[in-house]
Design a protein around this ligand. Structure first.
Ligand SMILES: [Zn+2]
Length: 290
């Protein structure tokens, strides 16, 4: 283990972490770090044909497939989908959970997200943050001696607009990130396709599905501008959608990677929470060796 960092991504549903931070998680793994994903809810509502129980069972199996593919440890709590609330009981559970793992960096949603589960998962993390180091709160779980850095996932919401503090290039792991999407069959090829009215477009042959999902492929020889990218974005997290952050945060990529930043096609962006440990340039180098 080169860096020995412990990374924790906390999303509301089984796939949120994959979508928002999957590439960064893979880059941490490449650097010898340990990565854990937590889905606070069981994802049981996200299907139009299966029962809630069957949906939750499939979602869990899909996270196990991601774990097997990547080496990410993937936990799924039994909170029913749509019922994530930032109540005291779940806050205590979150504090015990984070303390037991003692991560260096925690990633989660912002609280202005459209989905109540996303907002409440974020609130749970933020409500837990200060108390992580307070021994007399949840004394049954030893308090942490260091406050982790807490980062928010990028999103499209504008009030307030997302301003990144760290932007991570993911070109080298993009194939594997798409394989992670591919593991979430009931989501990417069934439920989301249904909600977007795209069910008829999903290839019946499972072998052709992944190529359909990521298409159209984006050129790799030069970085495109947002104006070139947007007309090719589909309902899927296709290559063009995955290319949006690099185009949007080009200046940050050049600041971080120098001249190489000009040609980066894929990236993921994160903003710092003021409730966790704060970042310095030295700390960014140490905690984001990516
Ligand atoms: Zn979600």
């Amino acid at each position: 283990m080169k860096k020995g960092l412990k990374i924790l991504m906390i999303g509301a549903h089984p796939d949120d972490n994959d979508i928002c931070g999957g590439g960064t998680a893979l880059r941490y793994l490449e650097n010898g770090c340990r990565v854990r994903f937590l889905s606070v809810s069981d994802g049981r509502c996200g299907h139009h044909r299966l029962s809630p129980e069957e949906t939750a069972r499939r979602r869990k199996a899909e996270t196990a497939a991601v774990a097997k593919l990547t080496g990410i440890e993937y936990d799924v709590w039994d909170v029913p989908d749509g019922e994530v609330t930032a109540n005291l009981e779940t806050r205590r559970r979150m504090i015990r959970y984070i303390r037991a793992y003692a991560p260096d960096v925690v990633f989660t949603h912002r609280t202005i997200d459209y989905h109540p589960d996303h907002r409440n998962a974020s609130l749970l993390v933020q409500d837990a943050s200060y108390m992580l180091t307070v021994p007399n709160f949840c004394p049954e779980a030893p308090a942490m001696r260091h406050m982790p850095v807490i980062m928010f996932f990028d999103d499209r919401f504008k009030n307030p607009v997302f301003v990144p503090d760290v932007v991570v290039a993911t070109d080298g792991v993009i194939d594997k990130k798409f394989e992670m999407y591919h593991c979430h069959t009931s989501q990417m090829y069934e439920w989301l396709a249904y909600t977007h009215g795209d069910e008829a477009l999903v290839p019946a042959d499972p072998a052709k599905r992944l190529e359909w999902y990521r298409s159209p492929r984006i050129p790799r020889d030069r970085a495109l501008t947002l104006a070139e990218i947007m007309p090719n974005v589909t309902n899927n997290h296709n290559e063009y959608r995955e290319a949006i952050p690099a185009a949007k945060y080009r200046a940050e990529l050049i600041k971080r990677y120098g001249k190489a930043g000009e040609r980066i096609v894929f990236a993921e962006a994160f903003a710092l929470s003021e409730y966790g440990a704060q970042l310095t340039e030295e700390k960014i180098k140490r905690l984001f060796p990516l």
